[in-house]
Structures are given as structure tokens and as C-alpha cells.
Design a protein around this ligand. Structure first.
Ligand code: UDP
Length: 359
């Protein structure tokens, strides 16, 4: 069996690590195309190195294009590659422009599509990710879902055709975390290791809904400044597009920032941090897997079970910055849930088994 995998953004490199390893172990031939959506070494190459990902057969150059141009360019470039590799399946992850472009190319050539992390919804159609994931799910042959909530979303939309199949496998990000947790590490680019001897909050911010609107970005930064100045250090690896917007809008940051770090460094930070503040989908779950409370810097989340369980709280826009201090205090003392919302960390094995059973 031959699978062509389309990846292009940081979380997709991480998600693909356990799946590529399982494919290799089970004799599924995998060909990887990197779309170039993320191209900085700190957003791309570092993950191939750290996680031992297979080398892509092609790396496209879609980075820096706007959404429509990026999807069109990746789709067009994928067509001749798909025609020459002739895979049995195209595999895509998550909800990025690369995901949808891969789905559209597979559809054009009538190649069955596998979607890992299917069924997630924010119900916010202002988010490009929401459009990407809905369209990808509609084109998918097998929808590999991470949670019961995802299954419910698919059922509620009612688009499933007889050729489509939903398979609940859990979250491949849990597989990745279990696979690499023992290799977590501090590295020099994160600054002095002593910084992390005092309690700190690990923060990330990159979503368009926060970053592309200067007023919202100012508000989010102000909230984090307030927390930092209240006495709990805030430490943030700055996403390149966030950094660009902060500079362009002259926003001042009081907390500690660094360049984006690798996954092993992120796992180290997660172990050490008292709490996580983020608008990242992946990081909300990683906090939960590591038994850390999380404040989600968004108005809604796809990972609703975490909020319902009390492990995660939404900090919506227009909440006064000062409130962050009491929310952090409350969550730091919250009891973390013990339920397995996202499977047992064997999603890659379940995906592989499903595919093997089809052949
Ligand atoms: N991550 C990382 N280095 C960083 C920031 C995040 O390795 O400097 C990891 C994080 O631990 C998680 C993934 O990147 O595994 C999340 O990616 P991102 O937040 O870019 O996307 P999202 O999950 O929101 O789609």
C-alpha cells in the first residue's frame, strides 16, 4: 500500500511523527510532500531533525502566500506529483491551507483521502481553519477522529456519503508526546536555565483571530503583561507572524520571549511550567496530557471536553486584563481530570491497522 502524505505546518510535522513510524514498521510505503507553508528552520527543519521524520520527496514553496493563492498553488503543484507517485491514498492532517489543498488535489484525481484529526469544529466561520476542516472532512474517504465530540460534530452535519467512514482513533498528538517525553530538553536558545527555576507560565499566541487585528493583539499582550507584572513570569516562544505584527504595531512586551523552540524543548517547558496560556489547539491538549491547567486565549475552542472538565478555561476577548490573575490562581489549584478524552496514545497503530484491514 502506498500513501502520499501532505504536510506543511509545524503541528503537522509533530502529528506525522508517530504515524510515519507506524507506517514504516508495518510496511506501508509513505511519500511525503512538504508544501513549504512553514519554511523557517525553527518552524520546519528542527522538527524533521528532532523527530526523525522521513525526508520529503518534494518541498513546494507555498510559504508567504495569502490563503487563496496558497491553496491554489499547492493544489496545482500536487497534481503532477500525485500522477507520478500514484498513491492508494492521500493523507492530510488537521486544518491548515496545506490540508485543504491536499484534499482538493486528491479529489481532482479521485484518490481516496485520509483525514487525521477529522470532525473538529469551533463553530466560528471567521476562522480559515474552520473552513479548511469542514471542506476536508466532506472530501474524505476515511475520517480519523480524535474524540467522541468530533464524531458528534460529523453526525450533526449529516454530510456523510456511503463511501465515507468515520474511525475513532484518539489523538496522534498524544502518541507523539508519549514517544518523545523522555527526550525533553532545555537548549541554549531558550536562555539561562535558571530562569525556569522560578514558577512560570508557558504562553503561545499565533491565531489570526488574535494576531491579525492590532487591537486584539494589543489586548492579548496586555493580559500577558499583567500576569507577568503580577509576579508569575510569563515565557513565550514567539511565532514569526506574531513577532512581525508586534513589531509592525509597536506593541510593547513586558514578559520573556524567545525564538520558536523545537518539540523536545516544548515538552521540557510543559513539564516545568505551572500553567499554560495559549491559543494553540495542540498546546491545549499537551497541557492536559501533562496534567497542567490551561487558559485558552480564545472565544471558543474545538477541544470542548477540556473546558467542560475544568482543566481549561476560555479567556475571551474584552475580559479585563486584571482578571487573568484570579483565573490563574483558581486554575493552578484545580483538580485535573482523569478521563481519557483522546484515546490511549495508540492512534497511529489504530490508523495503520485500519488501513491494513482495507488492503
Ligand atoms: N510548538 C513547538 N515550538 C514552539 C511552539 C509550539 O514545538 O515554539 C509545538 C507545540 O508543543 C504543539 C504544536 O507546536 O505540539 C502546536 O502548533 P501550533 O500552535 O503552531 O498550531 P496549532 O496546534 O494551533 O494548530
Amino acid at each position: 500500500m502506498r500513501v502520499l502524505t501532505v504536510v506543511g505546518a509545524r503541528p503537522q510535522f509533530i502529528k506525522s511523527a508517530p504515524v510515519s513510524k507506524a507506517f514504516l514498521a508495518q510496511g506501508i510505503e509513505e511519500y511525503i510532500v512538504h508544501t513549504g507553508q512553514h519554511y523557517d528552520d525553527s518552524m520546519s527543519a528542527v522538527f524533521f531533525d528532532q523527530l526523525g521524520l522521513p525526508k520529503p520527496i518534494y518541498t513546494l514553496s507555498a510559504g508567504g502566500l495569502n490563503r487563496d493563492a496558497m491553496i491554489a498553488s499547492i493544489r496545482k503543484d500536487l497534481l503532477p506529483i500525485l500522477e507520478s507517485v500514484r498513491p492508494d491514498y492521500v493523507l492530510v492532517y488537521g486544518d491548515t491551507n496545506s490540508t485543504l489543498a491536499g484534499a482538493l488535489a486528491a479529489d481532482e484525481l479521485a484518490i481516496p483521502l485520509l483525514h487525521i484529526e477529522a470532525g473538529l469544529r469551533s463553530f466560528n466561520d471567521e476562522m480559515p481553519e474552520e473552513i479548511n476542516r469542514i471542506q476536508t472532512d466532506e472530501l474524505s474517504t476515511i475520517l480519523f477522529t480524535p474524540s467522541e465530540e468530533a464524531n458528534k460534530n460529523i453526525e450533526a452535519e449529516g454530510f456523510l456519503a456511503p463511501f465515507q467512514k468515520v474511525v475513532t482513533v484518539g489523538d496522534v498528538m498524544y502518541d507523539a508526546l508519549l514517544m518523545f517525553k523522555d527526550f525533553s530538553r532545555h537548549s541554549a536558545q531558550m536562555g539561562d536555565i535558571d530562569t525556569f527555576n522560578s514558577p512560570f507560565a508557558l504562553a503561545t499566541l499565533h491565531r489570526q483571530e488574535n494576531v491579525k487585528h492590532p487591537e486584539r493583539l494589543k489586548e492579548r499582550i496586555q493580559t500577558l503583561n499583567t500576569l507577568h507584572n503580577s509576579g508569575l513570569n510569563v515565557w513565550m516562544p514567539l511565532h514569526p507572524s506574531t513577532k512581525q505584527q508586534i513589531t509592525a504595531n509597536g506593541i510593547s512586551i513586558d514578559f520573556i520571549t524567545a525564538a520558536p523552540v523545537g518539540y523536545l524543548e516544548m515538552l521540557w517547558l510543559l513539564e516545568k511550567a505551572q500553567i499554560v496560556l495559549t491559543d494553540s489547539g495542540g498546546l491545549q491538549k499537551e497541557a492536559y496530557f501533562m496534567n497542567k491547567p490551561c487558559i485558552t486565549l480564545r472565544n471558543e475552542t474545538e477541544w470542548t471536553e477540556l473546558v467542560d472538565s475544568g482543566a481549561n478555561e476560555l479567556f475571551t476577548l474584552s475580559r479585563p486584563a486584571q482578571e487573568i490573575i484570579s483565573v490563574v490562581e483558581r486554575l493552578k489549584n484545580a483538580t485535573m481530570p482523569v478521563q481519557e478524552f483522546y484515546g490511549k496514545g495508540d492512534a497511529a497503530a489504530l490508523i495503520t491497522r485500519t488501513l491494513k484491514n482495507l488492503s
